[in-house]
Design a protein around this ligand. Sequence first.
Ligand code: DGL
Length: 269
Amino acid sequence: MAVGIFDSGLGGLTVLDAAQKRLPDVPFVYYADSAHAPYGVRTADDIYDLTVKATQALFDAGCDLVILACNTASAAALRRMQESWIPADKRVLGVFVPLIEALTERSWGDNSPPREVDVKHVALFATPATVSSRAFQRELAFRAIGVDVEAQACGGVVDAIEDGDMILAEALVNSHVDALKRKMPQPDAAILGCTHYPLMQEQFQAALGKEVKVFSQANLVAESLADYLERRPEMLGEGETRYLTSGDPKQVSQRAVQFMRRQITFESA
Ligand code: DGL
């Protein structure tokens, strides 16, 4: 048994990479739903159905714990899955909470009432589905008061990254940052609320300016997973790390190698 990591495509590899560095002895099964990516332009029902199917595939591959390393799935499907679908002996965790805990200077599971925090003006970059779910603002409101959030739906960026068209991805990042700055000229912090965006982190930072603190999820999620496994060691599996995809394994492997600059071989899910 291994820990499952799910994403609509290759973006979750940024989370997997950080998790493997933090937990080198833990085996992982990564699932890329490449046949259905991008999720960010789909309806909430559609995202729910696809996420349930992929999570079931990870349970079937022997994972008792699955991380939805996809903000769109975490925002649009996780709560509904937790309320009505996840079997009692399995766990599914999302990627929002570790990020918001870092932004609001909280340690894991600190459920004290919302309070004032250092950051006041936060720019959120995410997919259209994540932005319209307002899940980020909801989770933030449980923990902080007085934070102004301006969300920018970054249409097209995930498709460009999945297609390996980094020139288009860069141009789109610049234009989304421009659009955000017209609404919020001086954010103190920016959240890369999509696991694909760390692949464009330098571009975001350059377009935002170096005075803006850019939060990205990979290390935060890896740290929180390490913490969780320390408290729930029975979820820590054994076996081999595998990479599954609903898409064309050859093409997906090629893109993965291009992004992560190491050998990654996908098999058909
Ligand atoms: N990488 C995913 C996220 O974190 C989803 C991107 C997509 O499929 O649109 O939101």
